[in-house]
Design a protein around this ligand. Structure first.
Ligand SMILES: Cc1cc2nc3c(=O)[nH]c(=O)nc-3n(C[C@H](O)[C@H](O)[C@H](O)COP(=O)(O)OP(=O)(O)OC[C@H]3O[C@@H](n4cnc5c(N)ncnc54)[C@H](O)[C@@H]3O)c2cc1C
Length: 364
């Protein structure tokens, strides 16, 4: 008999949230390669909830997650994971077009100057998206892991999958330390390593590619920045938001192809970020307080992948969450759990078609 009904590979937000949805029904184990869950993409995000982000199909998962994040069930968390700040999508000319389901309205130059004193003259207008919020990512991830364990789930850290073989109706997993485990189903929630894990388990890769994104915390010679909206441009070349009274988080919106790795920022990308920031406002940049980078992993069509593999039995994909894996986690986990367990979907995701996210779309 298997040690577990389900073995989830990866203890980031994807593995933790799906685990928390199924642990009361299946003996579930999360194996995480690092010493702590959340060390990779989940611990490095820009931590915002932006309904328009990622296009209309991703927006459905984000919008479906919104109420849960804003007011989670009492047994999950006693406080909201969201803090509203709104987003100004700046433009030098045309305003961006957002999915019709997302509330937004135009702001002209005069009002922009009140929102962002010191904004440079070429930014003529903006679209304001009021629903944008910060997500307390660490608290959300911790709440999912807490729920997972409370419902009977087991987490093993420093446990890297080295090989998986399907034998006699179960998976035999070998870890890097040569120990073995047996499980009924295998979930691939390995983030940037999703294709690698698939190949280690005899499944074909889907073309999920990690892309590096740089983040910088800047000290600014000006106060009152904490509650700034998220500020980005309609062409997708930067975003920044207030962090402390005199600090901001800034990204050059980069997407640099890389192998899966422990990502680190490069000096050139930090310089590009600062240059782009200075093209938006005349605020003095005092210093770089810290910088980091993380990997955003995308399938070829940039939609996430949830569902059973087309060929390999009991191999379930939960990958390709790009730059939206935190804000979509509650709905995505409920949708994926229903598929994995073969049960009816939760009302939260009743309006969402899971076929859109199936890995089988690549083999049609
Ligand atoms: C700079 C940046 C900004 C972002 N901003 C946002 C944002 O504002 N809002 C938002 O919603 N999303 C954002 N994202 C995206 C979000 O962080 C990701 O979509 C999400 O964290 C992906 O979660 P994950 O669990 O799939 O991956 P990860 O957190 O990377 O977890 C995967 C885990 O699998 C483990 N693993 C890999 N191989 C193995 C193996 N062989 N055996 C065992 N374990 C293994 C890894 O160690 C890792 O911990 C951002 C990402 C970055 C990098």
């Amino acid at each position: 008999m298997s040690d577990f009904d389900v073995i989830i590979v990866g203890g980031g937000i994807a593995g933790a949230s799906l685990g928390a949805e199924i642990a009361h029904k299946r003996r579930t184990l999360i194996i995480e390669a690092e010493d702590q869950c959340g060390y990779h993409s989940t611990g490095r995000s820009a931590a915002f909830y932006l309904e328009s982000y990622g296009g209309p199909e991703v927006a459905k998962l984000t919008l479906a997650s919104g109420d849960f994040l804003a007011a989670p069930p009492e047994n999950f968390s006693d406080q909201s994971f969201l803090r509203r700040r709104g987003d100004l999508h700046l433009s030098r000319d045309e305003l961006p077009v957002l999915p019709s389901s997302v509330e937004s309205w135009p702001i002209e130059r005069e009002e922009l100057e009140r929102w962002i004193p010191g904004i440079r003259p070429e930014w003529q207008r903006a679209l304001f998206e009021p629903g944008c919020a910060d997500i307390d990512v660490a608290a959300l991830h911790a709440a999912y892991l807490r729920q997972f364990k409370r419902l009977g789930g087991t987490v093993r850290t420093a446990a890297r999958l080295a090989a998986g073989t399907r034998r006699q109706d179960q998976w035999e997993i070998q870890l890097e330390d040569l120990s073995t485990l047996a499980g009924g189903m295998l979930v691939n929630a390995a983030g940037a390593w999703a294709d690698e894990v698939a190949m280690l388990c005899g499944a074909a890769r889907l073309g999920i590619e990690p892309k590096r994104r740089t983040m910088v915390q800047l000290r600014i010679g000006r106060s009152g920045l904490r509650d700034l909206p998220l500020i980005d441009d309609s062409k997708g070349t930067f975003y920044f938001k207030g962090e402390g009274d005199r600090t901001i988080w800034l990204s050059p919106h980069d997407e640099i192809e890389t192998d899966p790795c422990d990502a680190a920022p490069e000096e050139a990308d930090i310089a590009i970020a600062i240059d782009r920031f200075q093209s938006v406002v005349d605020w003095p940049v005092e210093r770089v307080e810290r910088s980091w980078a993380g990997l955003r992993s995308f399938a070829p069509d940039r939609l996430p992948v949830y569902g059973f593999d087309a060929k390999v039995l009991d191999f379930f994909w939960c990958a390709g969450q790009g730059g939206f894996g935190i804000q979509t986690a509650p709905a995505a986990a409920k949708m994926a759990a229903a598929q994995l367990l073969g049960e009816p979907v939760d009302p939260m995701v009743a309006q969402i078609d899971p076929a859109v996210f199936s890995p089988r779309r690549f083999s049609r």
